[in-house]
Design a protein around this ligand. Structure first.
Ligand code: MD3
Ligand code: FE
Length: 211
């Protein structure tokens, strides 16, 4: 694997590994994730204002990110089935440890499903207890046009995220504003039914050592 590359986003800590996963590794990972979400089906969250997301979501791990009229939060169970989220596959935990070197495992893996017209507006990820832990993102399927800029505004820059690309957000980039402008539909045939799946690994819960 080559990289990471530090991409010039105007902020340090955006680490990018293009093609971190080869075709076989992408297929193996996707098969495992789709198997897991059979018991935690993709659903359509709404914003606290009641607007449906165009992205459909599920989660793996002890903590799952959800949004509804009550707000954004992490919770242990699927909002529709009431069941605990399935575990994070070992190959994802290994990727986290190998690429981030973070001493603790992630406890949350958000699974975002983008069909062709889905997008995600500019936002910050700040619902996690420890904002010093990195975030690791794995892209599968169609290429996405990703946008990232400094936390407090100003210029943004756009980076294409293709199937098998992995990025880590650490340090100053951890609180960057970012979003997905659009997909390049048909750029990959990996996801059944078309589109893109993004896996975002995070430490959401307070670490047990923290007081
Ligand atoms: C930059 N997901 O779920 S992944 C999200 O492709 C989210 O589904 C996008 O933003 C997606 O919150 C982008 C790349 C990513 C993930 C987390 C970040 C970029 C980030 C956290 C901080 C800064
Ligand atoms: Fe985000």
């Amino acid at each position: 694997m080559s990289g990471p590359y530090e991409i010039d986003t105007g902020l340090e800590g955006f680490r990018f590994w293009p093609a971190a996963l080869d075709a076989a590794a992408q297929t193996a990972l996707l098969t495992e994730v789709l198997g897991a979400v059979e018991t935690a089906p993709f659903y359509q969250p709404v914003t606290p204002g009641g607007r449906p997301f165009s992205v459909r979501m599920s989660n793996l791990g002890p903590a799952g990110w959800v949004s509804d009229r009550a707000g954004y939060r992490y919770q242990a169970t699927h909002p529709e089935t009431g069941r605990p989220w399935p575990p994070i596959p070992d190959r994802l935990l290994a990727l986290w440890h190998g690429l981030t070197g973070w001493p603790e495992p992630p406890d949350a893996c958000l699974v975002n499903l983008y069909r062709k017209d889905a997008r995600m507006g500019l936002h910050q990820d700040r619902d996690e207890a420890d904002l010093t832990a990195p975030v690791l993102s794995v892209s599968l399927g169609d290429t996405a046009v990703f946008r990232i800029g400094a936390p407090s505004g100003g210029a943004t820059r756009s980076v294409k995220l293709a199937s098998g690309d992995v990025c880590a957000l650490t340090g100053p980039a951890r609180l960057a504003r970012h979003g997905i402008d659009r997909l390049l539909p048909g750029s990959s045939g990996l996801v059944p039914g078309g589109g893109r799946i993004n896996l975002t690994l995070r430490k959401a819960l307070p670490s047990s050592r923290q007081s």
